[in-house]
Design a protein around this ligand. Structure first.
Ligand code: ADP
Ligand code: MG
Length: 702
């Protein structure tokens, strides 16, 4: 029987409907005001909400509650407390107070803080984010929170995002007022993250240390068939995958996560899930939950979900497309070109603000997607290059050009703007919006930031985008507020003209995968930060510090602490990879190599003994080759040990930046050489002697 999806949807969420049913009217009103306008919540209101939440949670089988937060580990964190409270006569009652709802004090000392918080004062607290609804998972009431130090420094990814959303709303409202929109009092950031992932068989996965410890294969020769036939993209779902996706959808729907689209991706065993967009902070929470459920449900189906950016060499890795736009409280999408010229003015101002923002802070945008895993994708002809540029499509580019040059635009039906420029009355969605090679593309009524890695939180990229656009709007506001209000339209026109001249260098509609673009981008003076250490080195530049501190998103100390944490994370990731590679080669691969070459040598000797005249040249060549591989892998492993020790020494007694640079310039290239040697030998060894499943099995067995 078909399930009743509308009833299922949100059944584990303390949503508006539940609130309306469970809360006294005045409490409900006060809470809505807090959610919509960010007003302070009084303790008696919080108490009343807590009682209702607990009642609802217990009715739905919950015994515990947890503040749920997003520290800088890359995962979410939770600490469960039960509702029980001992009562007289050896009984217990179920209790939950407003204080417990609003604030928690997890022991913060073991979360990364980049030196912000000395361990002796490890007081961190979690603060309820009432704008992201509470939900039930594993018989526990989850309360989304922000995580701060006792002195107010952000220790998580959520707090800076919330601050950036506020900053952007403030600047956007100011600008809209100037343009004559008095009806708008707040603007929210909307985000729809398309999530890519791989599914592999659990039994096979469990036989590979690299997948277990690193989430990606460190050795492994390509399968005879990769993605060259282009037969997987949008292909029919295999029954096991389809079962998995159905269950995933239902579990997501129960949590009000609007999973909408699912399909096979380009690489074998690769898939994608896209939700309907939501307000940024909710989308961030929901994306974290989606990733968590993807893994958990895979396990139930005998599968493992890989969220690493590059699990397999030679085929595409996984990314996340961050669709982003701005919506006013009046309900209009500010990046919608609109139907009338007046709306077009508003659109052009916001469009231009995004272009300026991306040009001015391209380095920060690249930094917002750093990570050892993502470095394997960016620039690898499967994902956008590490150069941040904007794809606008032909029509929009032409419109901006007409403003820049005061020329008449339009072969189609056009209307003259009050500003004197000619634009399409109703901008038609550009047919060339399928340029997959652009890292930042305008797709009709939103921008799609495509540089994100599959495993990373969408919090940081949106935080940077929001902050940069807030600043661009602020600059525009300063320019326009000097203008004579009688002649605002001319002032807007002149401002856009100046801005397009200055920032058009970041617009690129061509193929971003070519070497020619890399050259051209260099000539245009655009950043090409190909690796995490190179990108992070720009993080603390004056310009970036100024932006982030001006909008109170970070303090200077917070920026430096995050810089340290990100570098340390990079170094640790590569150290773990190097150690895992060492183990696999030393303990698994070399013994197999040795066994097989001994086996071939013995056979050759037996042949010779049996028939002295017979040739064993082929066997000898093979043994020579295998022994050569054995030799170079053995000495390569010694080299790896030496460099690894130097990296560790640097991380302890030199700067983390230098340790990261050494990982990039010495450790990774060495690992690459080892991999090439091992992969060349692997194809000579029979499967039954290989100590781990091959790419053939991993990619084509589900
Ligand atoms: P396409 O497939 O052409 O890239 P879709 O309309 O299918 O575009 O959207 C892809 C993703 O973009 C979905 O997650 C969708 O919810 C999201 N999206 C659509 N409109 C917006 C918007 N205004 N703000 C943020 N995300 C959006
Ligand atoms: Mg898309």
């Amino acid at each position: 029987m078909a399930k009743d999806i509308p009833t299922l949807y949100g059944s584990l969420v303390f949503n508006d409907k539940v609130m309306r049913n469970k809360l006294p009217k005045d409490v409900y009103k006060a809470l809505r005001k807090t959610i919509e306008n960010g007003t302070h919540l009084e303790l008696d209101v919080a108490n009343s909400v807590a009682v209702a939440m607990k009642e609802w949670a217990v009715e739905n089988g919950a015994t515990h509650y947890t503040h749920w937060f997003q520290p800088m580990t890359g995962f979410t964190a939770e600490k469960h407390d039960s509702f029980i409270s001992p009562a007289e006569g050896g009984e217990v009652i179920m209790e939950f107070s407003g204080k417990e709802l609003v604030k928690g004090e997890p022991d913060a000392s073991s979360f990364p803080s980049g030196g912000l918080r000395a361990t002796f004062e490890a007081r961190g607290y979690t603060a309820w984010d009432p704008t992201s609804p509470a939900f039930i998972k594993d018989r526990t009431l989850y309360i989304p929170t922000a995580f701060c130090s006792y002195s107010g420094e952000a220790l998580d990814k959520k707090t800076p995002l919330l601050r950036s959303m506020e900053a952007l709303s403030h600047e956007a409202v100011k600008m809209l007022k100037l343009l004559g929109r008095d009806d708008v009092t707040s603007v929210s950031t909307t985000v729809g993250p398309e999530q890519e992932y791989f599914l592999v068989d659990k039994e096979l996965y469990n036989k590979r240390r690299d997948l277990i410890f690193c989430g990606r294969t460190l050795i492994g020769a390509p399968a005879p068939k990769g993605q060259e036939m282009e037969d997987h993209y949008f292909g029919a779902l295999k029954p096991r995958v389809s079962e998995y996706m159905h269950e995933l959808d239902e579990e997501l729907w129960k949590l009000s996560i609007p999973a909408k689209t699912k399909h096979n991706e380009v690489a074998p065993a690769q898939h994608e899930l896209a939700p309907v967009f939501e307000t940024a902070n909710v989308a961030v929470d929901h994306n974290q939950l989606t990733m968590e459920l993807m893994k958990k449900i895979a396990d139930k189906h005998g599968l493992v979900c890989l969220l690493h950016e590059k699990p397999f060499e030679g085929i595409n890795g996984s990314g996340k497309h961050n669709n982003w736009s701005l919506t006013t409280n009046a309900g209009d999408n500010l990046l919608n070109p609109g139907k009338t010229p007046a709306e077009n003015v508003q659109f052009l101002v916001f469009l231009m603000a995004v272009i300026k923002a991306v040009d001015d802070y391209a380095d920060l945008m690249r930094i917002s997607v750093v990570g050892a895993g993502n470095d394997h994708r960016l620039g690898g002809n499967e994902a956008p290059p590490a150069i941040v540029s904007i794809f606008l499509g032909d029509e929009l580019t032409a419109i901006l050009k007409s403003i820049e040059n005061d020329t008449y635009f339009g072969t189609q039906e056009t209307v003259q703007l009050e500003t004197g420029a000619h634009v399409l009355p109703h901008f038609t969605k550009d047919t060339t919006d399928r340029n997959r090679t652009s890292p930042f593309a305008f797709t009709g009524n939103k921008f799609e930031f495509r540089m994100l890695g599959s495993s990373t939180s969408v919090a940081n990229p949106n935080m940077v985008l929001n902050a940069a656009v807030a600043e661009a709007l602020h600059q525009f506001y300063l320019e326009l507020s000097e203008a004579d209000p009688e002649h605002m339209t001319e002032a807007v026109h002149a401002m856009i003209k100046r801005a397009i001249k200055k920032h058009k260098k970041v617009i690129f509609n061509g193929n971003g995968y070519t070497e020619a673009w890399v050259e051209e981008a260099k000539a245009r003076g655009l950043y090409n930060l190909v690796s995490t250490p190179e990108a992070l080195a720009q993080f603390t530049s004056d310009k970036n510090v100024k932006l982030l501190t001006d909008y109170h998103i970070f303090t200077k100390e917070e920026i430096f602490s995050r810089y340290e944490i990100l570098l340390e994370n990079y170094v640790k990731t590569i150290e773990i990879e190097a150690k895992t590679l060492h183990e696999m080669l030393a303990k698994d691969f070399l013994p197999a190599l040795s066994t097989y070459s001994a086996h071939v040598a013995q056979n050759a000797a037996a042949k010779k003994a049996f028939m002295p005249a017979i040739s064993t040249a082929a066997e000898e060549a093979l043994v020579t080759e295998l022994s050569g591989a054995y030799e170079s892998l053995s000495s390569g492993l010694e080299g790896l040990e030496t460099v690894l020790a130097s990296v560790q020494a640097k991380a302890e007694s030199d700067t983390m930046q230098n340790a990261a640079n050494m990982c990039l310039n010495e450790l990774l290239p060495l690992m690459d050489v080892l991999r090439k040697t091992a992969d060349a030998a692997e194809v000579k060894i029979p499967d039954e002697l290989l100590p781990y499943p091959t790419y053939d099995q991993l990619l084509f067995s589900v």
